[in-house]
Design a protein around this ligand. Structure first.
Ligand code: GDP
Length: 455
């Protein structure tokens, strides 16, 4: 077992309780130097796994706090090592004093992600689950957390394992057929070969396709609210925020800088950016605001293009619609409470979603939420289905799929089974990289460097 590490497992700051976690060969020996059970007959060093003791935390012979110590015995712990979790009262001073006492007693401070790294190195979890821990901690919404939770339960690893087994069986069969012609290996029908390649490729394509939508649920999306002056952009922002975040006046050009507000829209965390109305202006400040709003629009993962339903279509409206074509964008035809002069059909070619609402009356947020889910592709995403949760996993899945495509091409081009076999091996090593089976130290280093200390 590795040397003993210590860190705060709960968030820093004041709280009901704080948990200081020790893991490693001497976890219980270190705990025994700082924690003294009330029942003097109980010895910390002899504590069994999954048991708790009540007692005092002592620093330099002086009582610091009273609390509970929880023990786990290798390999039945998060890290797979001996673990002691010391729960003291949640104040930064108490917890830090306890950590200092553990260090004085022989532990060393844990590095970022070191607990999860040990869990990985000890075979408790695979790399996809390790990344899911990080994803779960950082999840932006309930559904994003559900997705990360699914990965943490190993659903992705199981799905990839299934693909690997199919490819290993295929590679084995090809090798036997090619290398041992004298043995009675049944011939590999090209149809069966191509069916397996196609099946695994389709499975990987599913994961790859849902990666973007999963990322939207986990991390949220930046949305730019754009449109001509006075169409109701700020009113819409205020409606979605639930309070008066932006200044609303009937004077065109009121919003000059970009106003930002995060809201939940259709279950997605959307960071709204209300921008200066797009129009030609001689005002230097307004012109700079318009420049920024164009940039916000280019950088946005979602564009909410607002039009005034009570006014006829303008030249600016047409330009805006043209810029939105082919992007994740929703047309919002506002002021539906007034007599309508705007013809939504005129912009229908540029938007897959057109929502008619009256932001000024506080109406339409729900309809907009549904449109957001459809445009971002999360409407049909099943949070219990396996999902890639990091860019690294996504890249590995893409490499695996590309190698399978090459295998298909080799087969179709009549290049022989040797060539197919090389491509299948490439696909297999991409999938192994995905779950971290032959992950190089550099990959492991990269994954765990994004963790916070204490995880
Ligand atoms: P922005 O310049 O695009 O941000 O527009 P504002 O949000 O400042 O709104 C411009 C004017 O339109 C204000 O006087 C609002 O009260 C009015 N307005 C906004 N939404 C509606 C609506 O749904 N119906 C009506 N009748 N007026 C609205």
């Amino acid at each position: 077992m590795a040397e003993t590490i210590v860190a705060l497992a709960t968030p820093p700051g004041a709280g009901g309780i704080a948990v200081v976690r020790l893991s490693g060969e001497d976890a219980l020996a270190v705990a025994a130097k700082v924690f003294f059970p009330h029942n003097a007959a109980k010895k910390v060093e002899n504590a069994k796994g999954y048991t708790a003791l009540y007692g005092n935390f002592m620093v330099n012979g002086k009582p610091l706090d009273d609390g509970v110590a929880l023990f786990f015995r290798a390999p039945h712990s998060y890290t797979g090592e001996d673990v002691a979790e010391l729960s003291c009262h949640g104040g930064p001073v108490v917890a830090q004093s306890l950590i200092d006492a553990c260090i004085a007693a022989g532990a060393r401070p844990a590095g970022p992600g070191e607990y999860t790294r040990r869990a990985f190195l000890n075979g408790r979890i695979d790399l996809t689950q390790a990344e899911a821990v990080m994803s779960l901690i950082g999840a932006a919404g309930r559904q994003g957390a559900a997705l990360a939770r699914t990965a943490l339960d190993g659903a992705l690893a199981k799905r990839i394992e299934g693909f690997k087994q199919q490819l290993v069986a295929l590679a084995g069969h090809i090798a036997a057929w090619v290398d041992f012609p004298e043995e009675d290996v049944p011939a590999l029908e090209p149809e069966a070969l191509s069916a397996t390649l196609g099946e695994v490729k389709a499975g990987l394509s599913d994961l790859i396709r849902n990666f973007g939508a999963g990322a939207v649920l986990r991390e949220g999306v930046d949305a730019a609210i754009v449109g001509s002056p006075n169409v109701g952009k700020s009113t819409l922002l205020n409606l979605l925020a639930g309070f008066d975040r932006a200044i609303v006046t009937p004077i065109a050009g009121t919003t000059r800088d970009v106003v930002e507000q995060a809201v939940m829209l259709g279950g997605v965390r959307v960071t709204l950016r209300d921008t200066a109305g797009l129009r030609d202006t001689g005002d230097v400040v307004e012109a700079e605001g318009i420049r920024r709003s164009r940039r916000a629009m280019e950088e946005a993962g979602l564009v909410l293009a607002v039009f005034d339903g009570s006014a006829p279509l303008t030249e600016e409206d047409k330009q805006l619609a043209a810029v939105c074509a082919g992007r994740p964008a929703i047309a919002i035809v506002n002021k539906s409470d007034l007599p309508q002069q705007f013809d939504p059909a005129a912009i229908a070619g540029s938007f897959s979603e057109i929502v008619t609402l009256a932001a000024g009356r506080g109406e339409g947020a729900e309809l907009l939420g549904e449109a957001v889910r459809r445009v971002l592709g999360v409407a049909n995403l099943d949070p219990s289905a396996p999902c890639l949760v990091s860019q690294r996993q996504y890249a590995a899945a893409c490499e695996g799929r590309a190698a399978l495509e090459e295998a298909e091409n080799a087969l179709a081009g009549g290049f022989g089974l040797d060539a197919v076999s090389v491509c299948v091996d490439d696909a297999l090593s991409a999938l192994c990289r995905l779950t971290g089976e032959d992950a190089s130290d550099a990959v492991v280093e990269e994954v765990f460097s994004t963790f916070c200390v204490g995880k």
